[in-house]
Design a protein around this ligand. Sequence first.
Ligand code: AMP
Length: 319
Amino acid sequence: MAIENAILEEIKHYQTIIIHRHQHPDPDAVGAQLGLREILRASFPDKTILAVGKHYAGFDWLGQADTDVTDDQYENALVIVVDTANQPRVDDDRWHTGKAVVKIDHHPNDDAFGDLQWVLDQASSTSEMLYDFYAANANELTLPQEAARLFYAGIVGDTGRFMYPATSAHTMAVAGQLMATGFSASDVNQAEDEVSPAMARLSAYVYQNLNILPSGAAYLKLSDADLEPFELGETDSTSAVVPLPGKITTVVAWAFFVEAKDHTYRIRLRSKGPSINGLAKNHGGGGHALASGATAHDQAEIDQVIHELDALVAQDKGE
Ligand code: AMP
């Protein structure tokens, strides 16, 4: 039995299904999670279908998780974890207290978990995979327009508006199928493209202050002190500026170091060519070949990451 069908069979065995996503969500994590909730609610009106995770007002235009999920509800529940490669990154620790776990993800499967796993690291997004899950079971599942809108938002988010190399002919075909349900794709595109005035000013700062090395490696540190003058709002996230260096012709791969609450630095790595997930793993993180993350504990580690990134890009150029 194909895995898409096996997952549906598993779902049928449970009265309660609770869907988790990763911490610090992006449109694919939220879109995949809430889109799957829409499909399962429409297809199984007698089941209890729930989604959990910390609330971020910036994603209210996509929808919200359920805030009233009790510990007891996990007792006989099937937990589905979407878009999350590593167990510590699952939002809401209760995910492992369910009866069984299904992992659905498109990141490299560095941390294999779950009783059933469907991991396709070539897929553009988990949202694309979940449309395929629907399509493989279309005789038994319903795809509400709202689910299509959510999956489309997830695909748009993770492909950088269909720009990144993981965008395949299949991705475009899926986007077309989703659009055919009739939601406004341009409203979604607009919502994902717009930034607040504060973020626009931060974007200018990024371009003004980005350090571009001769190799094509680039980096920028954003400490609390650097960010303070921008007065970022509750719905602003530095994630919106992470793709910006990629627009510069001479930049090949880049790193942002963003100060976290505990004063470590969240490393956000991106590349147009050479794989940077090995570098992320060297520093306790991981991710995709062209988009990874990790943590730097002090300035020495930041300097080390810059050095490794510079060497990696220089080596890639030499080949
Ligand atoms: P981000 O820069 O946070 O958007 O992360 C880009 C990608 O890197 C994500 O899709 C994650 O798969 C991965 N990633 C980010 N941070 C970590 C981490 N600390 N550990 C493992 N993977 C990470």
